[in-house]
Design a protein around this ligand. Structure first.
Ligand code: GLA
Length: 413
């Protein structure tokens, strides 16, 4: 009898497991879009989201590849509906509801994203999804959601009302299965800040995972708030050495929504954006695009940088040289091409005079290398959209403080 019960239990587990998976075929290149959090925090409403969708089209962001318009935390009422347990959109912020808003975003040829959390409460204190995974996933599918960012607040002892810590792979897998059951393909964006090494288990669970705590609009800093910190651009870039091998088509290391246009110098904006391209990170804008300057728009719609980010190989760059004052990053591209970024890390101008033939590049993880003695490359400056000679002569450039030059290398025939 005991054996029969055990067999039945095993069959049930098997049956639940069958067909439970993430939606494949999504995010084959890093997702591109916009998210409300970095600029608006919880102070959001449907007018801002609609205006943003309109501007995706009129500013050419859609043509450049930006697709997902994502509402972050703060969209719900503080309580679920007491009878249906459904999440209720805040009627003052979203008087027409979420479905109408998703329809509007879709009518522009764009995709619509939303936010919730694996814990009992979101980070902003709104109702979390814990215990309501299948209900919420079905609700999102009915609304027409294409992208779910799923956070990690209130998931355990000392963090919310649970006496124990939720298990991250289990919690994210549960929501993955709920989305799959709901039947609408959604990019599943894991946001547990890298605390549980999502790169080790995320590939079969989600399409991208945050590698750090929240980004801040500073070059290289840690802003500490007691129990947690937010991090500058270079703090995040350096935070997790060794994870590039886990990123690739359908499963990306996510370096967080960008702070481009949120107070940096133009050189720093350019470097921040170009590094996210080099790192094959999702390109999620975090500025107020209604007030973005022409210069910032030019940076975030630079097609040559975006093409490096969206390269079909999907290989994340690695730091090749870390010299006093500058760094060189290298990203293998499809068809034997490469992207190489020179970054001025100093607070002043920097003169670069780089002899290609003195450096052999080896990417041992992805088995690719360059011997500049044997192969010459045409160089294209992808940051400034102009030809830059060949690798037969030195690359010489004067760079502003914190600025970047990204070169695209094409093998010479
Ligand atoms: C966490 C996430 C942020 C944002 C906020 C919302 O801090 O990491 O990106 O979603 O929650 O409250």
């Amino acid at each position: 009898m005991k054996q029969l019960i055990l067999t039945a239990a095993a069959l049930c587990t098997l049956a639940q497991g069958i067909g439970a998976q993430k939606f494949e075929g999504l995010a084959q290149t890093p997702p591109m879009g916009w998210n409300s959090w970095n600029t608006f925090a919880c102070d959001i409403n449907e007018k801002v989201i609609r205006e943003t969708a309109d501007l995706f089209v009129s500013l050419g962001l859609k043509d450049a590849g930006y697709e997902y318009v994502v509402i972050d935390d703060g969209w719900m009422k503080m309580e679920r509906d007491p009878e249906t347990y459904l999440l209720v959109p805040d009627p003052e912020k979203f008087p027409n509801g979420i479905k109408a808003l998703a329809d509007y975003v879709h009518s522009k040829g764009l995709k619509f994203g939303i936010y919730n959390c694996a814990g009992t409460l979101t980070c902003g204190g709104y109702p979390g999804t814990r215990g309501f995974e299948y209900i919420d996933a079905r609700q999102y599918a009915e609304w027409g959601v294409d992208f779910l960012k799923y956070d990690w607040c209130s998931t355990g002892a000392g963090n919310g009302d649970l006496p124990y810590q939720q298990n991250a792979p289990a919690s994210y897998t549960l929501m993955r299965d709920a989305i799959y059951k709901a039947g609408r393909p959604m990019v599943f964006s894991i946001c547990e800040w890298g605390d549980n090494q999502p790169w080790l288990w995320g590939e079969n669970v989600g399409h991208m995972w945050r590698v750090s705590g929240d980004i801040a609009n500073c070059w290289d800093c840690e802003l500490s708030y007691g129990g947690w910190s937010s991090w500058g651009v270079w703090s995040i870039i350096r935070m997790r050495p060794g994870i590039r091998k886990y990123s690739g088509p359908g499963h990306w290391n996510d370096f967080d929504m960008m702070e481009v246009g949120n107070g940096f110098t133009l050189a720093e904006d350019r470097t921040h954006f170009a590094m996210w391209c080099m790192l094959a990170s999702p390109l999620i804008l975090g500025n107020d695009i209604r007030t973005m300057s022409k210069d910032v728009l030019g940076i975030v719609t630079n097609r040559e940088l975006i093409a490096i980010n969206q390269d079909p190989l999907g290989i994340q760059a690695f730091r090749f040289i870390d010299e006093k004052g500058y760094e060189i990053w290298v990203k293998p591209l499809d068809k034997g091409e490469w992207a190489i970024a020179f970054v001025n890390m100093t607070d002043g101008r920097l003169h670069i005079d780089y002899d290609w033939r003195k450096h052999t590049v080896k990417d041992t993880l992805f088995s690719r290398d360059i011997d500049f003695g044997k192969q010459t490359f045409d160089l294209r400056d992808a940051t400034h959209n102009k030809a830059a000679g060949t690798s037969a002569t030195n690359f010489v450039r004067d760079m502003d403080a914190h600025d970047i030059v990204v070169l695209r290398l094409t093998p010479k025939k």
